[in-house]
Design a binder for this molecule. Structure first.
Ligand code: BEZ
Length: 258
């Protein structure tokens, strides 16, 4: 019998590991720049915050660094354990670590968290003095066309797509301020447009990454709304050969604990 993945209480999102492997593998494969910025060294103790199914944690561990992955999703933690990784299930806003990591790394996870003060306080506490926090997340303007289309299509159904998704896509200035407010020194912080090909198209992307919004509709309304959203987006995000590209914008930063 299939088990239904638990729903995240803030975003309403569910993480189905098979759908994620099929439609979200690019999240790990497009992370080479933030991994280069982290520059993991053999023997370093590194926390991978929001490790998901562990695809990137596994890559980082292959450098000889000692990795601990954490994620709030039990289904993702189970998938990561199947890779023989050292992982623990924790809410990012309640990290239990004290000055034990040389670095905290995070890719494509921080934008799912609304209580940034809590997560940044926990990351700062987890680092030893001189430790670094290197991460990439959605930044200001991320998936703007997709969000605008969903907002317009779902309004008649009385679903506020932006409020429901509860994503946080800050500008460099906003995030610098948040980092500094908990005691970090920001070494670099950049906003980077990264148009991202969607190998399985927009329908799969919406069903994987916006199920927390679409699940507010009954099945018939959901199918109608999906078709309307895709029709609105097609002229701007789909080429003449039917290839879809999402309008991703990354916020990438390197901050240190003094
Ligand atoms: C992102 O990585 O920017 C992202 C992924 C899924 C939904 C929203 C944002």
């Amino acid at each position: 019998m299939d088990t239904i993945p638990p729903r995240d209480t803030t975003t309403g999102q569910t993480w189905n590991t098979e759908a994620y492997a099929a439609n979200g593998r690019f999240v790990a494969t497009l992370a080479s720049s933030v991994v280069a910025l982290l520059a993991p060294q053999p023997g370093e103790h590194i926390l991978d915050l929001g490790c998901g199914d562990g695809a990137l944690t596994e890559q980082l561990a292959a450098t000889g660094a000692v990795l601990l992955g954490v994620d709030a999703s039990s289904t993702m933690i189970s998938a990561a354990r199947q890779r023989n990784l050292n992982v623990e299930q924790h809410d990012a806003t309640a990290l239990p670590f004290h000055q034990q990591f040389d670095a905290v790394f995070s890719n494509a996870a921080l934008h799912w968290i609304t209580n940034q003060q809590a997560v940044l306080t926990g990351v700062h506490r987890a680092l030893r003095s001189g430790g670094r926090f290197v991460a990439e997340m959605g930044g200001q303007g991320n998936i703007a066309a997709i969000r605008t289309a969903l907002q317009a299509v779902l309004a008649p159904y009385h679903v506020d797509a932006e409020a429901t998704a509860a994503s946080f896509f800050p500008s460099p200035a906003t995030y610098r301020h948040l980092l500094e407010s908990v005691g970090f020194t920001v070494q670099s912080i950049d906003l980077i447009p990264r148009p991202t090909p969607l190998p399985n198209g927009m329908d799969s992307w919406l069903n994987t990454f916006r199920n927390g919004v679409l699940d507010h509709l009954n099945p018939a309304a959901r199918a109608t709304a999906l078709a309307a959203t895709i029709a609105l987006l097609k002229p701007v995000l789909c080429d003449a050969d039917g290839n879809w590209t999402a309008d991703y914008v990354r916020l990438r930063f390197h901050a240190t604990r003094s």
